[in-house]
Design a protein around this ligand. Structure first.
Ligand code: CA
Ligand code: CA
Length: 321
């Protein structure tokens, strides 16, 4: 009997020692700090998704909870799955009270996807409309710079709304990442699950007079995108910054008229909310000239389909810009 206790004591001691050495080893601390680099995190996430069936099942089941809007969202199950994903990535788990992630703007939509007309390719020279996109330098240096710009020009028809005498541009910006001031690594893991990407994507609209080419308005208004594998629409909130500065997040519907041309678009907040006004006059900035940006013809869903593991089949708007 006494011998059994000794063996049990030894086994438990080894297990505790191994767990502690695993949690506290310099290697582990180093790994967690490496994952603060979102490129490393993305690679590890994609690698585990391909190579570890348990990891993949957790991600897929969590996506099922999120995207199957015909069933109620089970927050506790979502939290357990999220923690198993964090654990596999080598990150600390979180308490249920800190798990604030949910479905966001997902709504059931059984209707077939809207048939989208092609973008008008030679309707507008973007160089003449937008002069620059300006971002706080610390955001660029934090790895969150502008990667690609997508533009789609609409003439005669805008998602079924007749348009005459105007050209509407749908402009989508892709940033390499976005950094939440609190719990950024965990926030990035959540975005990899719920958005299938580490990149941050924002869309806004510019209305031009077809004859003169002058800008009539710039509209930071939202849209909806339809998922390919789920009967869902995903609401994309407006991305105007309002008066918010870099330390805040914002999703304001803002429309600018009587604007100065060519346009200068300011990234005002850490979540890349936009405006024609600079809300961070005291911050050092970096200015992207339009010639220096990679421009692709396409819409929001083209940007999503290029950068996300999740796929989208169509998109729509709820009004004219
Ligand atoms: Ca980030
Ligand atoms: Ca954003």
């Amino acid at each position: 009997m006494k011998k059994d206790y000794v063996i049990l004591f030894i086994v438990v001691s080894i297990a505790v020692a191994l767990t502690l050495s695993n949690v506290l080893s310099p290697r582990n601390v180093q790994e967690i700090s490496d994952l603060r680099n979102s490129k490393v995190l993305k690679e590890k996430f994609f690698f585990l998704y391909e190579s570890d069936p348990e990891f993949r099942n957790s991600v897929d089941r969590l996506r099922e909870l999120l995207f199957n809007t015909l069933e109620d969202y089970n927050r506790t199950e979502a939290w357990i799955l999220f923690n198993s994903i964090l654990r596999k990535l080598g990150l600390p788990e979180i308490e249920l009270r800190d798990f604030r992630y949910g479905r966001g703007g997902l709504t059931p939509s059984p209707e077939p996807p809207l048939k989208l007309k092609p973008c008008c390719e030679d309707c507008v020279d973007l160089n003449k409309v937008v002069k620059a996109i300006v971002i706080p330098r610390r955001d660029l240096e934090g790895g969150n710079g502008l990667e690609t710009l997508y533009v789609c020009a609409y003439k005669g028809d805008f998602y079924g709304y007749p348009v005459s005498g105007k050209i509407i541009l749908e402009v989508t910006l892709v940033f390499s990442d976005e950094d939440s001031p609190s719990r950024d690594v965990e926030y990035d893991v959540w975005r990899l699950i719920a958005w299938g990407r580490i990149e941050d994507i924002e869309t806004f609209f510019i209305v031009l007079d077809e004859e003169t080419g002058e800008v009539e308005k710039v509209s930071f208004r939202g849209l909806v995108i339809k998922m390919t594998d789920w009967p869902n629409e995903r609401r994309i909130s407006p991305i105007g910054s309002g008066g918010a500065a870099f330390v805040s997040a914002a999703h304001e519907l803002t429309v600018f008229q009587d604007v100065e041309e060519p346009l200068i678009i300011y990234v005002n907040t850490w979540n890349h909310a936009l405006s024609l006004k600079d809300n961070n006059v005291f911050l050092d900035k970096y200015s992207y000239s339009i010639e220096s940006v990679e421009i692709r013809v396409g819409r929001r869903i083209d940007a999503e389909n290029d950068y996300s593991m999740l796929k989208y089949s169509s998109q729509n708007v709820q009004s004219l810009p």
